[in-house]
Ligand binder design. Structure first.
Ligand code: G3P
Length: 214
C-alpha cells in the first residue's frame, strides 16, 4: 500500500519525505489556502520535493473549464495529477483529460457507485472520504470494503486512494482491505510510529546498558 501525505505545507512534506513516508502528495483548496501562497507556486515546490504523484485540484465546475485548468496544472510537472470533484461535468473532464494522457484523481467520493463511475470514466485514482462519512454516522470503511470488492470483481485499473483519514485504524483497515493508497495528515503518520511498549523497551535497554562492563 502506498502512503501519500495529505498536505500543502512544504516543510511538513519535507519532514515526512526524509522519514520515507511520502510515496505521493494530495492537496485540496483548503490545504493550499492555509499556506497563504499561490496555488501554482505551492504545487511547483511540492513537485520539486517529491518524486511520486502530486494531486492538484481544479476550481471550475464546467467540463471545458476543468479541462483548461487541468491542462495548465499538468504543465507544472510530470508528476501532477489533476484532482476533479465528483459530478457529471467532472466525469466528462476526466474522460477528456485521460484521452490526452493526463492523470486524474476524482475527489469527494462517498459511495461505491460513484467510485465505479469514476473508474469507468478512466480516472487514475479515486478518493473516497472515510472520515467525513464517519462524521455523519455512516461507516466510511465499509464503503472502502465495497469499492475494493467491486474493483477486484471487474479488474478495474483505477487505484483506490483512501482520503479523509483521521486515525491509524483507518490506515490499518485500508491495508487489510487491499486499498492501493492512503493519504494521511502528518500528525496521523507520526501516530503510527509510536507505541508505549516501544518507549518502555527503549528506556529499559538504556538502563540495562549501564550495567554492561566497559
Ligand atoms: O484531501 C482530501 C481529504 O483527505 C480531506 O480530509 O479531514 O478534510 O475530511 P478532511
Amino acid at each position: 500500500m502506498q502512503f501519500y501525505i495529505d498536505s500543502a505545507d512544504i516543510e511538513e512534506i519535507r519532514q515526512a519525505n526524509r522519514r520515507g513516508w511520502v510515496d505521493g502528495v494530495t492537496t485540496n483548496p483548503t490545504l493550499v489556502a492555509k499556506t497563504g501562497r499561490r496555488h501554482e507556486d505551492v504545487i511547483k515546490d511540492i513537485c520539486n520535493e517529491v518524486k511520486g504523484l502530486v494531486s492538484a485540484e481544479v476550481l471550475s465546475l464546467k467540463a471545458d473549464e476543468m479541462v483548461k485548468e487541468g491542462v495548465q496544472l499538468a504543465k507544472i510537472a510530470d508528476n501532477v495529477v489533476v484532482k476533479i470533484p465528483m459530478c457529471e461535468e467532472g466525469l466528462i473532464a476526466v474522460r477528456r483529460l485521460s484521452a490526452e494522457g493526463i492523470k486524474t484523481n476524482v475527489t469527494l467520493v462517498f459511495s461505491p457507485l460513484q467510485a465505479l463511475l469514476t473508474a469507468k470514466a478512466g480516472a487514475t485514482l479515486v478518493s473516497p472520504f472515510v472520515g467525513r462519512l464517519d462524521d455523519i454516522s455512516s461507516n466510511g470503511m465499509e464503503v472502502i470494503s465495497q469499492i475494493t470488492q467491486i474493483f477486484q470483481n471487474y479488474d478495474l485499473a483505477t487505484q483506490v486512494l483512501v482520503a479523509s483519514i483521521r486515525h491509524p485504524i483507518h490506515i490499518m483497515e485500508s491495508a487489510m482491505m487491499g486499498a492501493d493508497v492512503v493519504t494521511v495528515p502528518f500528525k496521523v503518520l507520526q501516530q503510527i510510529v509510536n507505541h508505549p511498549l516501544t518507549d518502555k523497551g527503549i528506556a529499559q535497554f538504556l538502563k540495562d546498558a549501564q550495567n554492561v562492563p566497559k
